[in-house]
Design a protein around this ligand. Sequence first.
Ligand SMILES: Nc1nc2c(c(=O)[nH]1)N[C@H]1C(S)=C(S)[C@@H](COP(=O)(O)OP(=O)(O)OC[C@H]3O[C@@H](n4cnc5c(N)ncnc54)[C@H](O)[C@@H]3O)O[C@H]1N2
Ligand code: MOO
Length: 393
Amino acid sequence: MDFSKLKKRNEAMDLLLENWAPRPETEFVELDDAEGYVLAENQYAAFSIPVVRASGMDGIAVRYDDFSEGIPDTSGWIEGREYVRADTGDDFDDAYDTVIPIERVTILEQGGLSLDADVKIEKGMHVLGKGSMLWEGQLLAEKGTRLQGRHLAALASGGVCQVPVIRKPRVGFIPTGSELIPAGTTPRRGQNIDSNSILAKSMLREMGAEPICYPIVKDRQDELSQALDKALSECDIVIINAGSSKGKEDFNTRLLRSKGKLLCHGVAAVPGRPMGVAVIEGKAVINIPGPSMAAFYGLDWMIRGIVCRWLGIPLPKRPVVQAELLEDLPAPPFLERLVFIELSEKDGTYFAKSHERGEKGRRHAMSSDGIFVSSLGKGGLKKGEIIEVEWLD
Ligand SMILES: Nc1nc2c(c(=O)[nH]1)N[C@H]1C(S)=C(S)[C@@H](COP(=O)(O)OP(=O)(O)OC[C@H]3O[C@@H](n4cnc5c(N)ncnc54)[C@H](O)[C@@H]3O)O[C@H]1N2
Ligand code: MOO
């Protein structure tokens, strides 16, 4: 294979975007269902809180005028006349304007009050004025925000009940391969569990897409074609998984070419090199290679990139850690290589071990702590070198 002809990841993405454009639409969802959606418009508070005022402490509300010449004799004070109880957040009558914390007040058994002799009274103290917690017209959440609980709380407190959001792109995932069996079945000789559907469903949700996972399709051209047609009619973006390479049952590249425009077949990134990128009936169709690490990588860079474009949000950045390689890390100079990393830590220094496919005695690659992507052109790395590892959450 002539690796110099392979598209770099960004070239494959650019090529797709030259031939396909996301078509995001706005829809309204109930606040309760809005988590994970991207906000389509800035949202502002419909009212102020407190509406008039609220006490800022547990205490009593008094008239400042009664204190203008020092602490008055309060032994005959009656609740509801000279003062009222006003605890934190409580509204109180307009007749009162100042709050004294309850710690500075003794309510006498025989009636009346006693105030600490050194209590300092300032007009309006411990009173939260209108809008001091939230003001009418305040920006609650900005367009383009991926809504989490804290944003929903802000929207709720400002009176937003229905939220304009970008409709999640419906992303179809078609697992293909006659050897595949659904999760929960024990494989017989030659069989393999369809774990990529589970992976795709979870990753797509986390990206902000709506996954539509289809049943396993056998390596038969007519069935593959029907499955792709169905997904094209129901989804905005379609992933057809496996059958991407040169095996005698690898039909998917031909299928994409026969139905639309195959923009590229092969990217300079492993695992997942034989990725196919196509546009069919105006929809982006990506053939992600079958091995599970290839499926992860393809979903992580290509599909995440497409979904973020659709939603109009930047690619999220993972936290990174510098780690010392505990062993040589082979990587071809002409390909970017994604490596799953097991991290350990001693005295504040992190150490990295890579995962090789099928290697015994190590954790499953999918349960790694992080990932490292070798740079194009750099080639292998040596034990002791420092690499930047992205934490997987
Ligand atoms: N002669 C060549 N052989 C291969 C080449 C090549 O260039 N020449 N490329 C290799 C590379 S690189 C990759 S990556 C794979 C691509 O494989 P395919 O996309 O064609 O996938 P399959 O052959 O159908 O399956 C491979 C492997 O993946 C497993 N698989 C498939 N689907 C799932 C799923 N949903 N869940 C879990 N695992 C899945 C499948 O059972 C196989 O074990 O080709 C190399 N070969
Ligand atoms: O590109 Mo592949 O290395 O076998 O996943």
